[in-house]
Design a protein around this ligand. Structure first.
Ligand code: HEC
Ligand code: HEC
Ligand code: HEC
Length: 153
C-alpha cells in the first residue's frame, strides 16, 4: 500500500499525533545542532585564550632572556658555586616554574636563599638538592661531585 493511501486511512487524531511527533523530532534535531555549535564555539574560545595567554607569558617557554650567571660565595673552605640559568634553562630545558613556581624552590632574586642554604639541607633534598640528589642530577653528597659545583677561585 502506498504511503499516500496509508496517510488517508489514518484517523484525523492519528494524523495530528504523527505530525506532532515529526515536529518534535525536528525541534530536537535543531536543539542538538545548536548545542554542538555552542560547544564548538566555547572550545574555540578556550583554545584561543590559551594561545593568547601563552603568547603574553613567554616565561613559560624557554625563549626569553635568561638571567645572568652569578655565584654563591658562602662556601668556605671550598670554592664558590656558580649558578647558571643558561645551563639549566637553555641547555637542560628546565622550565622557569620548575624552580620558581611549583615547587617554589627559589625567589627570583639572586642569592636570596643563600643565608638558609647549607650543605646539610641541600643533602636533605632542599634547594639545589631537590634535583641534585643522584636521581635527576648528580648528588650533592657525592664526594666526586663537589668540584662540579665548587669551582676553584
Ligand atoms: C634550575 C632552577 C632554576 C630554573 C629552571 C630557573 N631559575 Fe631563576 N633562579 C634560580 C635560582 C637558584 C635563583 C637564585 C635564587 C636564590 O639564590 O635564592 C634564581 C634567580 C632568578 C632571578 C633573579 C636573578 C638576579 O640576577 O637577581 C630571575 C629574574 C629568575 N631567576 C628568572 C628565571 C626565569 C625567567 C626562568 C626561566 C627562563 C628561571 N629563572 C628558571 C633557579 C632557577
Ligand atoms: C649542586 C651543587 C653543589 C654540590 C654538588 C656541592 N655543593 Fe657545597 N654548596 C653548594 C651551595 C649552593 C652552597 C651554599 C652557598 C651559599 O649559601 O652561599 C654550598 C655550601 C657549601 C659549604 C659551606 C658551609 C655549608 O655547610 O653550607 C661547604 C663546606 C660545602 N658546600 C661543601 C661541599 C662538599 C664537601 C661537597 C661534596 C660532597 C659539596 N659541597 C657539594 C652547592 C653544592
Ligand atoms: C629543577 C632541577 C634542578 C635544580 C633545582 C638545580 N639543578 Fe643544577 N642541574 C640540573 C640538571 C638536570 C643538571 C644536569 C644533569 C647532570 O649533569 O647530572 C644540572 C647540572 C648542574 C651543574 C653542572 C653544570 C655543568 O656545566 O656540567 C651545576 C654546577 C649545577 N647544576 C648547579 C646547581 C646549583 C648550584 C643549584 C642550586 C642553586 C642547582 N644546580 C639547582 C637540575 C637542577
Amino acid at each position: 500500500m502506498k504511503t499516500g493511501e496509508a496517510w488517508k486511512k489514518l484517523a484525523f487524531k492519528e494524523r495530528l499525533f504523527v505530525k506532532w511527533m515529526m515536529e518534535r523530532a525536528e525541534r530536537k534535531e535543531k536543539a542538538s545542532m545548536n548545542s554542538r555549535q555552542r560547544s564548538f564555539a566555547v572550545a574555540t574560545m578556550v583554545f584561543a585564550s590559551i594561545v593568547l595567554w601563552l603568547g603574553t607569558h613567554p616565561a613559560l617557554g624557554a625563549e626569553i632572556p635568561v638571567p645572568k650567571d652569578f655565584s654563591y660565595e658562602e662556601t668556605k673552605p671550598l670554592g664558590p658555586v656558580p649558578f647558571s640559568h643558561k645551563f639549566h634553562v637553555t641547555e637542560k630545558k628546565l622550565q622557569c616554574p620548575e624552580c620558581h613556581v611549583k615547587p617554589k624552590l627559589f625567589e627570583m632574586k639572586k642569592l636570596a636563599a643563600s643565608p638558609q642554604m647549607k650543605m646539610a639541607n641541600l643533602n636533605e633534598g632542599e634547594f639545589c638538592g631537590t634535583c641534585h640528589n643522584g636521581t635527576k642530577a648528580f648528588a650533592t653528597k657525592d664526594a666526586k661531585a663537589c668540584a662540579r659545583c665548587h669551582v676553584k677561585k
